[in-house]
Write a protein that binds this ligand. Structure first.
Ligand code: NAD
Ligand code: TDX
Length: 331
């Protein structure tokens, strides 16, 4: 197959291209605007005869139409992805996440191509810390932030294009990813690189907020599974039973790097900060037979710490500007 990967120079998209090159015989066209979050270094080492990069905007209807016409499928990762940025300046989130998805949907409708939409568990809002329930495919949408509301809007567009126009699309909503090539603005890489630079990790508020962690490579395997065997029109939740409080994660990073487990600071909380996310991925596991390989979060985190230790040249160029932005926000 010839597959377009939007946002393929970002964190999860680049992990997907590496995974899919190794596990399929397809060829891939990365369509990426190369915003601050896109990095061609994340695609180094891939075979040039199977991976090509087109720098462009998913809101560019003419470019999108030309590319979609010439491919079999689109896997759609491109997004503005950081909650904190969406609180500071929501406009690019509306443009890319909503209008960009609309532009892609119109092209796959015109050319009758397979579409897989990458989304997030954040569309379901948050859970109490002691709620015995987890998110499922039937949990009502209740997004909290400008980021998650634009992702929710894009999911609803995909559902409408399936029902109204018969577009051959599937959707997946995944929990928090960690692994190589994640931008240093995000929680885990920010704290790892802080410790590597002799700075203290920064916990928003109490640090009791819970995220459900999955390794990006497990996310990629799940997406390939859905692309190959998913039922058109269906939504699949992706998660690896990796619930941890932010404080627990910071303590693990500190001890992995030989520091005292309490060598962190509490900083200003995020406005509207979601308390807890938790995914029930039974549907994907029972109906499509997927299971995570990185079942041990601590081992996966140690490998990720090691990756950042060995790849300072990948993250260092973005670190100072990212920390300057946080400092200006009191975080
Ligand atoms: P990221 O910010 O690391 O990467 C986003 C990529 O999209 C970048 O390469 C950027 O240049 C590109 N991009 C942005 N706007 C674009 C545009 N208008 N046209 C073309 N390319 C554009 O994000 P990520 O963390 O890799 O997330 C990828 C997808 O996965 C997003 O849709 C996100 O909502 C979803 N997701 C992320 C997580 C997570 O934990 N990071 C969890 C669940 C779902
Ligand atoms: O310095 C920090 N300190 C801190 O305590 C940062 C950057 C974050 N946090 C907290 C906020 C969250 O509770 O850590 C948690 C994780 O934060 P982020 O990495 O910003 O992720 P989150 O807001 O949970 O969203 C992520 O998962 C779902 C991705 O960024 C989204 O794209 C995805 O949809």
């Amino acid at each position: 197959m010839k597959i377009i990967v939007t946002g393929g120079a970002g964190f999860i998209g680049s992990n997907f291209v590496h995974h899919a090159v190794a596990h399929t015989s397809s060829s891939f066209t990365v369509l990426d605007k190369l915003t601050y979050a896109g990095n061609l270094a994340s695609l180094e080492g891939l075979p040039a005869d199977r991976v090509r990069v087109v720098q462009g905007d998913i809101c560019d209807a003419a470019l999108v139409d030309e590319l979609v016409r010439d491919h079999d499928a689109v896997v759609h990762y491109a997004a503005e992805s950081h909650n904190d940025n969406s609180l500071d300046d929501p406009r690019p989130f509306v443009d890319t996440n909503i209008l960009g998805t609309f532009t892609l949907l119109e092209a796959v409708r015109r050319h009758d191509k397979r579409f897989h939409h990458i989304s997030t568990d954040e569309v379901y809002g948050d859970l109490e810390l002691d709620d015995p329930n987890r998110f499922t495919e039937t949990t009502p949408y209740n997004p909290s932030s400008p980021y998650s509301s634009t992702k929710a809007g894009s999911d609803l567009l995909v559902r409408a294009w399936v029902r109204s126009f018969g577009v051959r699309a599937t959707i997946s909503n995944c929990s928090n990813n960690y692994g190589p090539y994640q931008h240093v603005e995000k929680f885990i890489p920010r704290q790892i690189t802080n410790v590597l630079r002799g700075e203290r990790p920064k916990l928003y508020g109490s640090g009791e907020n819970v995220r459900d962690w999955i390794h990006a490579d497990d996310h990629s395997a799940a997406v390939l599974t859905i692309l190959e065997r998913g039922v058109i029109g269906e939504t699949y939740l992706i998660g690896a039973d990796g619930e941890k409080s932010n404080r627990e994660v910071v303590e693990l990073i500190l001890t992995t790097l030989g520091q005292p487990s309490d060598a962190y600071d509490h900083v200003k909380d995020r406005s509207g900060h979601d308390l807890r996310y938790a995914i029930d991925s039974s549907k994907l596991r029972t109906e499509l037979g997927w299971a995570p390989r990185f079942a041990d979060f601590e081992a996966g985190l140690r490998a990720t710490v090691e990756w950042y230790r060995k790849h300072e040249e990948w993250w260092a160029p973005q670190k100072d500007a990212t920390e300057a932005r946080y400092a200006a926000q009191g975080q």
